[in-house]
Design a protein around this ligand. Structure first.
Ligand SMILES: Nc1ncnc2c1ncn2[C@@H]1O[C@H](COP(=O)(O)OP(=O)(O)OP(=O)(O)O)[C@@H](O)[C@H]1O
Ligand SMILES: [Mg+2]
Length: 254
């Protein structure tokens, strides 16, 4: 079964076609890459999937269900969560509280139970705390749990954003340039971690990155966008050898 299908997906801003007639499938359980030069339309595709932007034309199917133009909270509720190209965290909260607040999105006790601190509520609260700590542990952030998010080094803020996205129990995780601002060592570590996360949580991952070589090491399939249009799709090997892709990236005829 496909996890996500983009069917003739199109987004026009004024006169600008940011995404034009894109057909693409993300297979369940895969790590799939989305690459392309600056302004190619990559982030716009994520914004369309997550309901941040309204689709001009075409459809988005999630596990065969039409989710086109659903509100962002509904898309998240169905199991699609994301990180942002520009990190979005509660900058003044601790690392731990950033993740704990995200864990609470799935809590099912009500306000009265919370005020009365009923046993059921306390039990659930303990479960969410354990979950938050476990996620921090997996993301290598447990020893910084009391640090204010804003004071974390940039690379770790990106990891924290992923921990927050995982707290929402996604089936499909969308990562928008998760390695941006990291040094080469951190980048490689992050890619390994993403592969681990996929296995551990049985996720499907759709990941945007600029660095072709970097995501080629982690993806099973990928799509290349250029000026909003699909330029190529295939395995990393196929993409690497595709003259159109080389030309788009290097601006020279291959
Ligand atoms: N809200 C918007 N209003 C108008 N134009 C927009 C909007 N969002 C994106 N665009 C335009 O759509 C095009 C694609 O932008 P997008 O951010 O999707 O590219 P990208 O591939 O993510 O680029 P980058 O690699 O720089 O992140 C760009 O020309 C951009 O200026
Ligand atoms: Mg972008």
């Amino acid at each position: 079964m496909s996890m996500l299908r983009l069917d003739n997906l199109t987004k026009i801003f004024g006169g600008l076609t940011a995404v034009g007639n894109v057909d693409f499938t993300v297979e369940e359980g895969s790590i799939t890459g989305l690459i392309g030069p600056n302004g190619a339309g990559k982030t716009t595709i994520f914004n369309l999937i997550t309901g941040v932007y309204k689709v001009t034309e075409g459809k988005i199917l999630f596990q065969d269900e039409d989710i086109t133009n659903k509100e962002p909270y509904m898309v998240a509720g169905k199991g699609i969560t994301r990180t942002f190209q520009n990190i979005r965290l509660f900058k003044k909260l601790s690392v731990y509280n950033n993740v704990l607040t995200a864990c609470h999105a799935n809590s099912n006790y009500n306000l009265f139970e919370s005020i009365l601190r009923t046993p059921r509520c306390r039990k659930q609260e303990k479960k969410l705390q354990n979950k938050a700590e476990n996620l921090l542990d997996i993301m290598g952030l447990l020893d910084r749990k009391d640090v204010i998010a804003n004071n974390l080094p940039y690379g770790l803020q990106r990891r924290l954003e992923i921990a927050r996205a995982l707290a929402l129990n996604p089936k499909l995780l969308l990562l928008d340039e998760p390695a941006a601002g990291m040094n080469p060592d951190e980048e490689v570590q992050l890619m390994n971690l993403i592969a681990e996360i996929r296995d551990k949580f049985e996720l499907t991952v759709f990941i945007i990155d600029h660095h072709m070589e970097l995501i080629m090491g982690v993806c099973e399939r990928m799509m290349v966008l250029n000026f909003g249009c699909k330029l190529a799709e295939g395995t990393p090997m196929e993409i690497q050898g595709n003259p159109k892709v080389v030309e788009a990236y290097l601006g020279v005829e291959a």
